[in-house]
Design a protein around this ligand. Structure first.
Ligand SMILES: [Zn+2]
Length: 410
């Protein structure tokens, strides 16, 4: 007996209604733990009421809804309904509404799904308020360190502890959310690519093989601030030019090793037109799906910065900001996803995600994978974020086929 199909038209209509209720002329406004985010959650509950399901919230504020099937453990599907300020209508919400569409399809079929289905909306994936991304999913995966986040405040100076408490979440207890995994066997997430690769290749969907690892640092070039008029060129220790030289070298690292390298932030001191920069701080963000290659990128960046500093007689400092190892998705689930996409679109495509997703946290503890839809012009985290309805519909169909295939596997 064939699985019931997800009603893609309904999923897209739900997404538009969500945007109508929680967005404005500048885009999506579902900043986690805020009023519009709570409105989005209320809308989710309305949609669940329609199919007779009650949502529950775990200790980290993640929303779960279960549709009982023939067997456990459950197959979990979902993403995050929170957005960045002035965000796009699809980022996160797409996967939540498609997941809900899967539960709706089975609930209305009059048959029990081969496995129990769990819809999950992870809390605070974006980290747009307190700077800690993947909050809810890392709590579930057991990788959220409460000590590390308890001092965080938002732009208004409000503490994370207080804001979470207003949303019924006690920060000290978020680790208890991990217990919910006991009943989950695998996790699938549908998401937009948020980059230009699929759109450029004219593809409608791709299987995601994993998430790239990240090494993020700041390099400080310490030279000597000096008067722009009186200091001859040959006696300067120009920290700004050392950083600029290093940035151009870091840009070349992917030529040798693959991956992507970004120097998105450069701060000069004193930072005025009439002085040689005495200090320069350059951010370096390196990403690669392969751990060994990421390591080579990091040593290459260190070497480039050291050489640039030496050539201008500057001292070099290094501050680690953040790192995460590459996370590979479950090979068997990636195969099933690629197969579902090939059957639905006629083309097989695999891609590594350069962005992090809730699935990356889940993949530490469960078999997990994702399907990507193209993002028009690669734009995301912006009001202009969009995907053709036809492309959304095709990927929703592939996602439904993948869920069926996973439910059939032991
Ligand atoms: Zn997202």
């Amino acid at each position: 007996l064939a699985s019931p199909a997800i009603d893609a038209g309904r999923v897209i209509a739900d997404l538009r209604e969500l945007q109508r209720r929680t967005g404005d002329a500048d885009g999506a406004q579902r900043l986690c733990w805020g009023a519009q985010w709570r409105v989005a959650r209320e809308y989710l509950q309305e949609l669940l009421d329609e199919i007779g399901l009650e949502a529950t919230r775990d200790a980290a504020g993640n929303l779960w809804a279960f549709l009982e099937g023939e067997r456990e453990p459950a197959l979990a599907v979902g993403s995050h309904i929170d957005s960045v300020p002035n965000g796009g209508w699809l980022d996160g919400a797409y996967g939540v509404m498609a997941g809900l569409g899967l539960l709706r399809a089975w609930a209305r079929s009059g048959r029990r799904s081969p496995r129990t289905l769990a819809l999950v909306d992870f809390a605070d994936e974006e980290g747009a308020r307190f700077g800690r991304s993947l909050f809810g999913s890392s709590a579930v995966a057991g990788t959220l360190d409460v000590q590390e986040v308890q001092a965080l405040t938002d732009a208004g100076g409000r503490s994370i502890v207080q804001v979470l408490a207003e949303n019924g979440v006690e920060l000290a207890r978020v680790g208890e959310a991990a217990a919910g995994l006991e009943h989950i066997g695998a996790y699938l997430e549908l998401h937009i690519e948020q980059g230009p690769v699929l759109a450029r290749e004219g593809l409608q969907a791709a299987a995601v093989t994993g998430c790239a690892g990240v090494e993020r640092l700041r390099f400080g070039f310490i030279g000597q601030a000096a008067h722009a008029g009186t200091t001859p060129m040959n006696v300067r220790h120009d920290a700004g030019l050392a950083a600029a030289t290093a940035a151009l070298e870091v840009e070349r690292i992917p030529t040798a090793h693959g991956g992507v390298a970004t120097t998105g932030e450069l701060e000069l001191q004193p930072g005025i037109a009439t002085a040689v920069a005495g200090e320069a701080w350059l951010s370096v963000d390196l990403r690669h799906p392969d751990p060994a290659a990421l390591e080579l990128m990091l040593s290459g960046a260190r070497r480039s910065c050291a050489e640039a500093a030496t050539s201008r007689e500057c001292r070099l400092e290094e501050i680690a900001i953040w790192r995460i190892e590459p996370i590979a998705f479950d090979p068997q689930l990636v195969e099933l996803a690629a197969g579902a996409i090939a059957n639905t679109t006629g083309t097989e495509k695999r891609i590594t995600s350069g962005a992090l997703h809730d699935a990356a946290e889940l993949a530490r503890v469960l078999p997990a994978t994702m399907i990507f839809s193209p993002s028009i012009a690669g734009i995301s985290h912006a009001r202009a974020e969009n995907t053709e309805d036809a492309d959304l519909a095709v990927a929703i169909a592939a996602f439904g086929a993948l869920a069926s295939a996973v439910m059939m596997t032991e």
